[in-house]
Design a protein around this ligand. Structure first.
Ligand SMILES: Cc1ncc(C[n+]2csc(CCOP(=O)(O)OP(=O)(O)O)c2C)c(N)n1
Ligand SMILES: [Mg+2]
Length: 953
């Protein structure tokens, strides 16, 4: 085999093994020559190898012989082996024997042997050991890479990061060296972590606590993040975690009063802060704590639904909002911490979405500290059935984040790693993962029996001492404590808890502290009267004209695409002629809010231009690709404007924006779906946060969803934003569900969202064809005067003569209007329901009363009968008999054939305008009255229709 082939072979082998087997010196020398003339011409792992070799050479006292050089290479190779694969051979699992991985790090796999152990190698300098015997080098490598901490960083491409990690690990060796004070502090935290679980277990028998037992080291680990973080400039942490150990973290890290937690176990009703509430291990909490170094740190634990990992994007959004606004873009001041379960992090797709967002301009948060409570089981499922990847943390490699695997029983090793991780985050503003290998003392919850499914593991766990006892034994051996000291300390802590329990029993009323109360200061929950109040949202004409010009300004010194220039020109002409289309109405809403100082943030797929090319919030400079955002150039004192094309994610991005809105009540935060139905990929955020958060956790949120909706023959997946689903979940004013039909109403709606002292999520069904519909135009006066209209009455009727009243919502109005105008049917009233929830009962009833002679009231929708707003609206309208005109009920929302769509649409419209020829001689009295019918017969037909409505195909 020629040298080249050999090298090639070796490279392939490297891919498989990550380090060399038996190296061939001739081939390597050739490659080395190649490296010397151009380092980038050889594979990265080889260039690192040669780099090391050069290093060793420059430190030789004498020029080495060929054979000696060969051995040096092999030792460098062995070092590289430990760096890359050492994590596979660690002592990180407290209760199980690790799986076996091949090839091992045995000497023979590096073409070395026992006889080399006493030889001195210069290669030792690479790991800070100086020229050292192979035995010493291996001992050091084992100490660093194969004990309680396994480090994965071989996949990282940035040499600065690699160097940083190696410099931290290798010269110092991973041998945590804590002062006596620090050791006592660690014990103190473990004592609390273990004692708290034991106490609850004893006092609240059978109640779910999702005990942390087996993973109690999490508490000192979090303490270390906070302490080290505060030393490095962090002022606030936003924490997201699920059930496991949450109560313990709330009590012993966020310092939520014990009595409040016990009260949630005992309580029978909530005080006025909350309506339905949630189980105690889902509630959020915020507190200022003081670190050991006297620094004040804000800790916020986000409320969390049962849905594992759903909280991740929400935490990131909260963090980003605070970094943007409270910390003026300084990523060193706030860090998110996400605590995962091993099963959840490995398999919940939203984790990937969040990690993929973590380095993007619009979504980054300066690096998240990911901690995994890796108890090696998910409910009853073994880790072997729970993932295909080697580690549950393999997802971290997506962004080349370093990953540490640590034995949870070795609390000092864990503390050491945590400090390192925190430093890394502050240095590189990247994510970092710490996989805490531990176990779960009991079943999934306190009532669950783990021995059904993991009999062997639980036999081992049964006898296994907890981390507190392991550590206290060590400290007793080191003469830091006597056994009596330990016994007393644990007894004292239990007495404190007893005391707190007694306090908690003084009331059975549960008070839930408002999450992020520091940001929501002057806001208050709305009362019924607030909801029906219509704030004035008009803006003076001159202001509108001024902003209209500014948002359609192309900087003269830059060159833009000719179609964009034409579009902007047309927009300016429209504004001058005081005609406002959808895009202008929307942009003017943002412009006026920004001028008033409100921050505006929009994110969604292709939102900058707009999927349907209506928005053009970013002008792209033709020659450079640079973007110009006119809404950022309104005035020196305006609010900040941010718009981002999001990654192709719904769950992650909506969760993020929801979190952003949660932390920024004074801002308008909008998430836009590409087509409305894609919101179903984010259903968890809609169900678990948007519609239920206020009732569960007492938190308000003003997030705005823009969901393109409308039947335009574009097929089943591009027609419906699933109005019916939102309406099914609408109750007690939990969301505003709106289907506006005019630019002015959109303008007022967006402005209304920012002018009240309370916040409710706003779901807007936005149009597609209406973006360019010649009738979908408002006058400047419409924007200047008035407010958002929940109901729009027909301006073009003889009210006293109206016989048929047609209620509808959204784009179908324009289809109906076309025929009405063609027929000049002034005895038909088209009433638009612009807001569906909260249902504007009063306004609608008042409008209906304008038509006392109406014989027929129709609800018209283009959606199938089982979708759209029909079933929701019919429950609200009691005063008149409403007859639906809709497509036949179906499983799929719309047809794929445009031709069939057109037929259906015409049928709907024709049905509405079909003339009646009954004896009443009223053109539009009923739907199916035949010529010459008597009044009695007409009424019979109506009755029939009411009981068995006819639908359109
Ligand atoms: C999205 C989602 N699917 C399923 C569940 C039900 N569930 C709750 S905890 C759990 C096991 C979680 O295992 P892991 O992530 O390892 O956390 P652990 O309980 O072991 O700490 C399951 C399946 C859930 N809460 N959320
Ligand atoms: Mg688990």
């Amino acid at each position: 085999m020629c040298g080249k082939c050999l090298v090639y072979n070796r490279l392939n082998e490297m891919d498989k093994q990550t380090y060399l087997g038996s190296s061939d010196i001739v081939a390597i020398e050739k490659l080395y020559e190649q490296y010397q003339s151009d380092p980038s011409s050889v594979d990265e792992s080889w260039s690192k190898f040669f780099e090391g070799f050069d290093f060793a050479r420059t430190h030789y006292d004498t020029e080495p012989s060929h054979g000696f050089m060969d051995k040096e290479f092999k030792v460098i190779n062995l070092i590289e082996g430990y760096r890359r694969r050492g994590h596979l051979f660690t002592e990180t699992n407290p209760v199980r024997t690790r799986r076996t991985y091949t090839p091992t790090l045995d000497l023979e796999n590096f073409d070395l042997s026992e006889s080399d152990l006493e030889t001195i190698f210069q290669a030792g300098k690479q790991i800070g050991a100086g020229a050292a015997t192979l035995k010493e080098i291996i001992s050091r490598l084992k100490q660093t890479y194969c004990r309680s901490i396994g480090v994965e960083y071989g996949f990282i491409r940035n040499p600065l990061v690699i160097e940083w990690i190696q410099n931290k690990l290798e010269p110092g060796l991973i041998t945590p060296d804590f002062t006596e004070e620090e050791k006592k502090h660690i014990y103190f935290l473990l004592k609390q972590a273990v004692g708290f679980e034991h106490f609850i277990h004893k006092k609240f028998i059978g109640q779910k606590q999702f005990s942390l037992e087996g993973a109690e080291s999490l508490i000192p680990a979090l303490d270390a993040v906070i302490e080290r973080g505060s030393e490095l400039g962090i002022r606030e942490f936003i924490i997201g975690m699920s059930h496991r150990g949450r109560l313990n973290v709330l009590a012993n890290v966020l310092q939520k009063p014990y009595e409040d937690i016990f009260n949630e176990f005992n309580g029978t009703f909530y005080d006025e802060t909350i309506s339905l509430g949630d189980v105690k291990y889902h509630l959020g909490y915020g507190n200022d704590i003081v670190t050991d170094h006297g620094k004040k740190i804000r800790l916020n634990m986000a409320p969390n639904p049962s849905h594992l990992e759903a909280v991740d994007p929400v935490v990131e959004g909260i963090a980003r909002a605070k970094i943007d606004h409270k910390y003026k873009g300084d990523y060193n001041k706030l860090a998110p911490i996400l605590i995962h379960g091993d099963a959840a992090i490995a398999s919940q797709g939203v984790v990937y979405e969040v990690i993929q967002m973590s380095r993007l301009e619009g979504y980054k948060t300066g690096g998240t500290i990911h901690l995994v409570i890796n108890n090696q089981v998910g409910f009853t499922t073994n880790y072997l059935d729970a993932r295909s990847s080697t580690y549950c943390t393999d997802i971290g490699k997506v962004t080349k984040a370093p990953i540490f695997h640590v034995n949870g029983d070795d609390v000092e090793a864990l503390m050491y790693t945590i400090r390192l991780a925190m430093e890394f985050r502050q240095e590189f503003h990247m994510d970092v993962f710490i996989d805490i290998l531990c176990y779960r003392k009991y079943g999934h919850n306190e009532g669950d029996e783990p021995r059904f499914t993991q009999p062997l593991l639980y036999k081992a766990i049964e006898k296994h001492p907890n981390p507190r006892d392991i550590y206290s034994k060590k400290l007793v051996e080191q003469n830091l404590f006597s056994e009596e000291d330990i016994r007393q300390a644990e007894k004292d802590y239990e007495e404190i808890l007893e005391e707190k329990l007694k306090i908690s029993q003084q009331t059975n009323e549960v008070h839930i502290k408002q999450f992020l109360d520091e940001d929501w200061g002057s806001f208050r929950h709305p009362e019924k009267k607030d909801i029906v109040k219509y704030p004035k949202t008009g803006v003076a004409r001159e202001k509108l004209l001024e902003i209209g010009k500014k948002i359609n300004h192309l900087p003269e010194d830059k060159k833009f695409f000719r179609k964009l220039i034409k579009l902007i020109d047309e927009r300016l002409k429209m504004i001058e002629s005081e005609k406002i289309d959808w895009a202008i109405g929307e942009l003017l809403a943002y412009g006026t809010l920004l001028e008033e100082g409100h921050p505006v943030r929009i994110s969604g797929q292709d939102s900058e231009r707009g999927t349907f090319s209506h928005r053009h919030a970013a002008y792209v400079v033709e020659e450079t690709g640079e973007k110009y955002y006119p809404l950022k150039h309104l005035s020196d004192v305006q609010g900040p404007f941010e718009i981002y094309n999001s990654p192709l994610s719904e769950y992650g991005v909506l969760g993020f924006e929801y979190g952003y809105a949660m932390a920024l009540p004074k801002g308008l935060t909008i998430w836009e779906a590409q087509f409305g139905d894609f919101q179903n990929a984010a259903q968890v955020i809609i169900d678990q946060y948007i519609c239920s958060a206020e009732e569960k956790w007492g938190v308000m949120n003003g997030i705005v969803l823009m969901l393109p909706h409308g039947f335009e023959g574009q097929g089943p997946e591009h027609s419906s934003a699933r109005i019916e689903r939102f309406l099914a979940m609408a109750a007690r004013n939990n969301m505003q569900i709106v289907n506006p039909t005019t630019p002015a109403n959109l303008f007022h709606l967006l402005r209304r969202q920012m002018t009240r002292k309370f916040m409710i999520p706003l779901i807007i069904f936005t149009p597609k064809s209406l973006l360019r519909h010649p009738k979908c135009i408002s006058s400047l006066e419409d924007l200047e005067k008035g407010s958002f209209a929940e109901v729009i009455d027909d301006p073009d009727v003889d009210a006293g003569k109206v016989l048929r009243v047609v209620l509808c919502s959204g784009k179908v109005y324009y289809d109906l209007l076309k025929i009405k105008q063609k027929l000049d049917a002034r005895d038909i009233a088209l009433i638009r329901l612009e807001q569906l929830h909260p249902f504007p009962e009063e306004k609608l009833n008042k409008t209906l009363k304008r038509y006392p002679k109406a014989l027929l009231h129709l609800w018209v929708q283009e959606e199938p009968e089982n979708m759209g707003a029909w079933r929701y609206v019919r429950d609200y309208i009691k005063d008149v008999q409403l007859i639906p005109v809709a497509r036949l009920a179906s499983g799929s929302p719309a047809t794929g054939l445009n031709g069939l769509h057109v037929i259906g649409q015409e049928e709907i419209v024709n049905k509405v305008f079909r003339k009646c020829t009954c004896e009443l001689k009223n053109k539009y009295c009923g739907l199916q009255c035949v010529e010459g019918s008597s009044r009695k017969e007409v009424l019979k037909v109506h009755e029939y229709l009411e009981s068995k409505p006819k639908f359109i195909i």
